[in-house]
Design a protein around this ligand. Structure first.
Ligand code: FAD
Length: 356
């Protein structure tokens, strides 16, 4: 059964802690619920016009006090073991399962693959759409297929991972027309029973460098939790949506403009993080650090009224007092984007999605 709430408070629905109300908020558990919702008499005329799926609201910014678009949230958090061999397990996980509950479950079972994603807020539905990533691992690396309710045909369909177009914090479900049409019901994952630690991230490789005994997924998870707690705000205390901007990916020419701007500004670039990556058409590109630009432009630890940047990680915009309006965060983000563009010739793009 789905549950309809009218005039529901927004604050519990987003980690940024933005207050307000949503006219219509629906909690659902299964594809059958969605079928009743989209074809039944209660709300089909409303949700057929527009709807927005929501997980934990940890990658969203509500920019208006009153949200008219109906918000639909999966409250089913089932994790099922579908099959296993000597080397692999296949799991299906409902969209409403908290990602970190899944990661804890898999690590304690000794299954490798998700441990680097420990402590990322949000649900499996959100992670499937966002392709969350941390410490060298992306969620999409573990996906076999995604089962969605198609609101246009009112049928459930399986999307194989090869059709998910996973990229950096990106998937086919983030873009129109699929973003307006598909609701993730569950995701099928393949994890490994054989040790497969990914320790390429600097601090992790240093930490585990002199460990002789065999590592477990729990060892890696524990260290990642320690690292994240030291660096990022606890959303239970300070509202945030994690990294607010995507890391810019630039061509060699654009990179040379950044270097000449640094010389003009008298800023040393010897410690600037630079990663060589390949573009969608195989072209060589350079991934830079948005946090580095924000820091070098003087925004680290910045505060005005209710909002600011997190001192430990300037890429994170925070609701310092807990009373910020979405528009205050939006205005701060716009000022940072304009300043970085003026100084460096780089256009930062929000990773966080603005919901009107
Ligand atoms: C402190 C903090 C740290 C963070 N660290 C990281 C990090 O290290 N790496 C990283 O990648 N992200 C990070 N994030 C961002 C965030 O946790 C992820 O983007 C997460 O996947 C969002 O999940 P959610 O359930 O909250 O999704 P929401 O924010 O609710 O939604 C995100 C998108 O997914 C869609 N969506 C959600 N559920 C469904 C569904 N069932 N069907 C269809 N669409 C759906 C929404 O419509 C929206 O477009 C962090 C956030 C915070 C607050």
């Amino acid at each position: 059964m789905f549950r309809i709430h009218t005039g529901h408070q927004l604050k519990p629905l987003n980690t940024m802690g933005i207050d307000g109300t949503v006219d219509t908020y629906v909690e659902w558990s299964s594809a059958a619920d969605l079928h009743c919702l989209f074809t039944g008499p209660d709300l089909s005329h409303v949700v057929r016009q527009s709807f927005k799926s929501i997980g934990s609201g940890s990658n969203m910014l509500f920019t208006r006090y009153r949200v008219h678009t109906p918000l639909l949230r999966c409250v089913n958090d089932t994790i099922s073991l579908v099959s296993e061999t000597d080397t692999d397990v296949i799991l299906t996980v409902s969209a409403g399962c908290e990602l970190d509950r899944l990661v804890e479950h898999t690590c304690y079972n000794g299954w490798w693959g998700l441990e680097n994603l420990s402590l990322i807020p949000g649900t499996v539905g959100g992670a499937t759409v966002q392709n969350v990533g941390a410490y060298g691992v992306e969620f999409g690396n573990r996906v076999v297929s995604v089962t969605c309710y198609d609101t246009e045909t009112d049928r459930t369909i399986d999307i194989p991972v090869c059709d998910m177009a996973y990229g950096y914090r990106d998937s086919a479900l983030k873009h129109s027309p699929l973003s307006k049409r598909m609701i993730v019901v569950w995701t099928t994952l393949r994890l490994s029973k054989c040790p497969a630690p990914v320790l390429t991230y600097g601090r992790l490789s240093e930490f585990f460098a002199d460990r002789d005994e065999q590592l477990s997924p729990v060892d890696v998870r524990d260290e990642i939790i320690r690292t994240r707690r030291a660096k990022l705000p606890d959303v239970g205390i300070t509202g945030s949506a994690g990294s607010f901007f995507k890391n810019p990916v630039v061509s060699a020419d654009e990179y040379n403009i950044v270097l000449s701007n640094a010389r003009r500004l008298g800023i040393d670039t010897s410690a600037m993080p630079v990663h060589h990556v390949t573009g969608p058409d195989g072209e060589p590109l350079i991934k830079l650090s948005a946090a580095w630009f924000i820091d070098k432009s003087g925004w680290k630890g910045y505060r005005r009224w209710n909002v600011g940047t997190w001192p430990g990680q300037p890429l994170v915009l925070v609701n310092i007092t807990g009373y910020a309006a979405g528009i205050e965060i939006q205005a701060l983000a716009a000022d940072i984007i304009a300043d970085i563009s003026d100084k460096w010739g780089i256009t930062l793009t929000p990773e966080v999605e603005y919901i009107k």
